[in-house]
Design a protein around this ligand. Structure first.
Ligand code: ADP
Ligand code: SF4
Length: 689
């Protein structure tokens, strides 16, 4: 690194107990949906972060015992010695790049459902389990507490054996038993573990002491602590009990990893928390109370923000989960002065959704995330061109932009044609909706890259037809023409009985709203049969413009999918606050110029609503006309990608564009045979573990 690097401070080493982080970049624990189920893929994710320059790379919450069984979700698992080899894959991958490996041990108390282990669920007091499942947790007696401490000690020993350098005690996110003991609404005990704050913190103190004892000065012990529940006076507040906890435990852990609870507050989306560094106000005093290093998060992607946080004494280490997912190479890029190459997280929480759905991690901005081991993809490297040939990408939405950028990186000549006057496709349109401004980073990052490449020609206002494609004479064509929202009301709930729509009814699609092609009149009905996020955002936009909005959906929740991105409760609250008339469990049967008929999805009973126009958010038609026409040309490559091939989320379009560019001119046999690596359980094992 040159002395002139203005971010030199970020590359100073930081001592964490007996170990030393080589710089201030710290990947805090985050889930991957890989965990103990797909350990090779998980090691691939973590190793890539280490390669990208993070001084510390953590795994995810790691169950210490069958009474903390989060199955079917794929978290870390360290129930006994048989789990050690899988975790060693990660520590080896991280150590290869001179980084420290951290493990987040956890007992999840009543957040664990114990579906796989069928063990009883434990909690400080008698209570239901956290998720709506037919189970109750039992209040732990003294023997349970002694056992818990022993399980944690044993897990710490195994973590050491697996090669971890930092071992966590985890008291955060309202998902962990150590924190549950601290919270009065969860802890009604009358023994020395309940009542006063000192008593409620006792278990965390004991776990820290036990873990330090096991660590024995060979590895560091971190405490991850939720300093504020963001419930106001109804919960723990940073300035009150939160601070008192830090004071009580001040110099006991080797490192404080502080954040806010619950997970939806910690991993806030940009839609509801647009400011990067949004946790700074909560963390600010921690360093004044402890002499130990402090790491904090807050969707930190800007090196200037990072620098100011260290300079102001808010943190010693820059914590990141999502920014490190979107760009595992942030530290290297800052070190090498390649700031404009940082692929900034857009705060969409699709990564979080993967874990909540129970599938391997995926990221809107970084299509290689989770594919490091499975497909051998590297976020910064791609195979060079196979031949000296030119390519044509038609459509400048996310799929086309990613495909063009990766083809160009491989060295191919790239012509990118977009019909509209601006690039971006759906990303451009959706990023203009309320709260989604940061999503524009998807196109900004790719356009910035493409515009700097001599082998790329880019054209807007270029709606290509087959004759023009033939005239260009380019034999390798990728068609990323996207999809448009249909206006006939057909969707999930209406396939069997399409709604009757009067010819003079005023119908709009999301495309009309986003492009401004049409405006709704009078009271407007939004019919959401898509049930993802778009209808909810459009409702917000129209209500904020002062329109009377009725929101009908066959789902029992508004924007039901967004429970996975941790936003659903906020979206529904917002629509209620905006005065929107929400009609759940309703499908659409009839539309006239004056109103609509809805029908209850349970009883079929009809209700009339008055509206002058309707926005139908149901399904999309793929734009395939050009693709079909091009089949008559003598092209060597003709590939349909993105929403035009399979309408989905932006993350899917980016992935498809990336994959098409990677696989271009690759041996088709190899593509077919190695679709991706799978972690298959071998039945040839002669011994059942
Ligand atoms: P995806 O998500 O698959 O990238 P989008 O709908 O976001 O799809 O983007 C598709 C883009 O393709 C749009 O911006 C659209 O204007 C453009 N497009 C559609 N047809 C043509 C065409 N014939 N020539 C050039 N661009 C086109
Ligand atoms: Fe950020 Fe979205 Fe990627 Fe998650 S999926 S890291 S929130 S860009």
């Amino acid at each position: 690194m040159s002395d002139a690097n203005p971010y030199g401070l970020l590359f100073e080493p930081v001592k964490i107990g007996p170990v030393t982080a080589k710089n201030r970049f710290y990947q805090v624990p985050h889930c991957t949906g890989l965990g103990h189920v797909r350990p090779r893929a998980d090691a691939g994710v973590r190793g890539m972060k280490a390669e990208g320059g993070w001084a510390v790379v953590s795994n995810q919450e790691t169950e210490i015992h069958p009474t903390s069984d989060l199955g079917p979700f794929a978290e870390g698992r360290l129930w006994d010695a048989r789990d050690v080899p899988a975790l060693r894959l990660m520590t080896e991958a991280v150590h290869k790049h001179d980084a420290l490996a951290a493990i987040q041990l956890v007992h999840n108390g009543n957040h664990a459902q114990n579906h796989i282990s069928r063990a009883p669920v434990l909690a400080p007091s008698e209570m239901s389990i956290d998720l709506a499942q037919p189970k109750q947790a039992r209040a732990m007696d003294k023997a349970d507490i002694r056992n818990l401490r022993q399980w944690h000690r044993d897990a710490a020993k195994r973590a050491k054996d697996a090669g971890f350098d930092i071992i966590y005690v985890y008291a955060g996110h309202n998902m962990t038993i150590a924190q549950h003991f601290m919270l009065p609404h969860m802890n009604q005990r009358s023994d020395e573990y309940g009542g006063s704050l000192e008593n409620r913190v006792r278990l965390t103190r004991e776990l820290l002491e036990d873990t330090l004892d096991v660590a024995g000065g060979d590895c560091a012990v971190a405490l991850r602590f939720a300093i504020d529940e963001m419930q106001g006076p109804d919960g723990m507040q940073a300035a009150e009990e939160g601070r008192a906890v830090v004071e009580l435990l001040a110099d006991l852990p080797d490192l404080w990893d502080v954040n806010v609870a619950d997970w939806s507050n910690d991993s806030a989306t940009t839609r509801f928390q647009s400011q990067d560094g949004y946790q700074n106000d909560y963390l600010a005093y921690v360093k004044q109370v402890t002499n130990k290093p402090v790491v904090g998060v807050g969707r930190l992607t800007s090196p200037d923000m990072m620098l100011s946080m260290v300079k102001k004494g808010i943190v010693d280490l820059i914590g990141a989960a999502r920014p490190s997912i979107a760009d595992p190479f942030i530290p290297t890029k800052i070190k090498e002065g390649r700031i404009d190459e940082i692929r900034e997280c857009i705060g969409c929480n699709i990564c979080v959704a993967s874990d909540n759905i129970g599938i391997p991690i995926r990221c809107t901005q970084n299509p290689t995330m989770g594919e490091e081991w499975r497909r051998g993809w590297h976020p910064e490297k791609i195979a060079p061109q196979v031949s000296d040939t030119d390519t044509l990408v038609i459509g400048g939405g996310p799929a086309g932009l990613e495909c063009a950028m990766q083809l160009a990186r491989r060295g191919y000549g790239v012509t990118l044609a977009e019909a509209r006057s601006e690039f971006g496709g759906r990303v451009l349109r959706e990023s203009q909706l309320p709260g989604l401004n940061a999503w524009a980073r998807v196109m900004d990052y790719r356009l910035n890259d493409l515009r700097q490449r001599a082998n790329v020609q880019m054209f807007t206002d270029s709606k290509l037809d087959p004759e023009q494609v033939a005239e260009l004479g380019i034999k390798h064509v990728f068609v990323a023409t996207g999809a448009t929202w249909r206006a006939d009301g057909i969707g999930r709930s209406t396939q069997r009985h399409p709604p009757q729509i009067a010819p003079n009814a005023h119908i709009l699609t999301p495309d009309d709203i986003m492009t401004g092609a049409q405006s709704p009149e009078g009271p407007v009905l939004i019919f959401d049969d898509d049930q993802i996020y778009l209808a909810g955002v459009i409702a917000e936009k129209l209500a904020k413009e002062g329109r009377e909005v009725i929101f009908a959906t066959p789902d029992s929740l508004v924007s039901g999918f967004t429970a996975n991105t941790l936003e659903q409760h906020r979206i529904q609250a917002q629509l209620i606050e905006l005065g929107i008339d929400i009609r759940c469990n309703q499908s659409l049967t009839n539309l006239t110029p004056n109103g609509a008929q809805l029908s209850c999805t349970f009883t079929g009973r009809n209700t009339e609503v008055h509206c002058a126009s309707a926005v139908l958010v149901t399904e999309r038609h793929r734009e395939t006309a050009l693709y079909k026409a091009l089949q008559n040309l003598d092209l060597t490559t003709l590939e349909l990608i993105g929403d035009a091939a399979s309408p989905g989320l932006i993350v899917d379009a980016i992935f498809a564009g990336h994959q098409a560019a990677r696989d271009f001119e690759r041996d088709p046999k190899e593509v077919e045979q190695q679709y991706f690596h799978r972690e298959i359980i071998s039945l040839e094992m002669d011994e059942v573990l």
